[in-house]
Design a protein around this ligand. Structure first.
Ligand code: NAP
Length: 297
């Protein structure tokens, strides 16, 4: 552990689209001591690949680690996982949650862990599955500075930038801000490319021209070329972004405000076919294309 001259032993819970590559980066840095996944075959496959054991239970994982990273789907999933970790957590251990949940849920998690002598950091991430693989995620941190200092080597193995935003919940508030912006960028890129295609423009050349000018952005470069082919590989699931936008809606509601981008994007996601919930958010391009008669998407 930091301060003792040894590296923290890290455990990882939630080997999904984000969690698996993040856990692999912990292993590359020699920090990964154990993993656990609800569907055990994913942890078994990672054990076969890396030699890092799959723990038999969450309490067993907690008992063997200084820092436990969680990356699960939504608020109740996180609270359930914490409940199961608690009996095994060592005094002074830190839980680093990289899921996207409400700021209030992060504060509740911090309260529950503090009562048993463990630290909690809300550490939602941005940068997509590409950033998770490359270890370049932007990590927005809420929690106590001394807890952050203990977990920092683990965060540095997964992220390219680590920004302390304030006390518990502040990381999730920053992530909610990010998700409002992602909604606007998705709206802008999908609508503009559907419009450009309806103008009969050569789409690969159009994307190359746009990305080197003032309209260039991450989403255009990473998702533009697949969406114009009617492909929406993950990425970031529509269902997960809708979950995040519900969080943004509640947080804005607490301030007495309705955010137009949030309301419009939730309404548009609801109009996508049911199977799109598991597609990348660039599937919004389907809806934008349908506005133009004769669209071949
Ligand atoms: P995912 O591929 O659907 O993986 C979800 C993971 O959570 C799986 O390992 C799943 O286990 C586990 N899980 C879900 N509910 C659980 C429960 N009740 N108990 C225990 N484990 C549970 O999702 P993801 O894309 O990795 O996203 C994970 C989190 O990161 C979400 O909060 C998401 O909003 C956030 N995020 C995602 C992205 C992205 O680009 N994908 C970017 C930034 C942040 P099973 O394998 O058993 O289903």
């Amino acid at each position: 552990m930091p301060g003792t001259g040894t590296s923290p032993r890290a455990g990882f819970v939630g080997l999904g689209a984000m969690g698996l590559p993040m856990a692999r980066n912990l292993h590359r840095h020699g920090l990964l001591a154990a993993t656990w996944n609800r569907s055990p075959e994913k942890a078994a496959a990672l054990a076969a690949e890396t030699g890092v054991p799959a723990a038999g239970s969450l309490a067993e994982l907690a008992a063997s680690c200084d820092v436990v990273v969680t990356c699960v789907s939504a608020d109740q999933d996180l609270l359930d996982v914490l409940e199961a970790l608690l009996p095994g957590l060592r005094p002074g251990a830190v839980v680093v949650d990289c899921s996207t949940v409400a700021a209030g849920t992060a504060r509740e998690a911090a309260r529950r862990l503090a009562a048993s002598g463990a630290g909690f950091l809300d550490c939602p991430v941005s940068g997509g599955t590409e950033g998770a693989r490359a270890g370049t995620l932007s990590i927005m941190v809420g929690g106590e500075p001394e807890v952050l200092a203990r977990a920092r080597p683990v965060l540095e193995a997964m992220g390219g930038s680590i920004t302390h935003m304030g006390p518990a919940g502040a990381g999730q508030a920053a992530k909610a801000t990010n998700q409002v912006m992602v909604a606007g960028i998705n709206q802008a890129v999908t609508e503009a490319l559907a419009f450009g295609r309806a103008q009969g423009l050569p789409m690969d050349e159009l994307i190359a021209a746009l990305e080197s000018g003032a309209a260039g952005n991450w989403f255009l470069s990473k998702r533009g070329r697949t969406m114009i082919r009617g492909e929406f590989p993950l990425g970031f699931k529509v269902g997960l972004h809708a979950k995040d936008l519900e969080i943004c809606r509640r947080m804005a509601g607490e301030l007495g405000v309705k955010l137009p981008l949030v309301e419009m994007t939730l309404a548009h996601y609801a109009r996508l076919p049911a199977e799109s919930a598991d597609e990348d958010i660039s599937a919004l391009f389907r809806l934008k294309s349908d506005m133009f008669p004769g669209s071949d998407d």
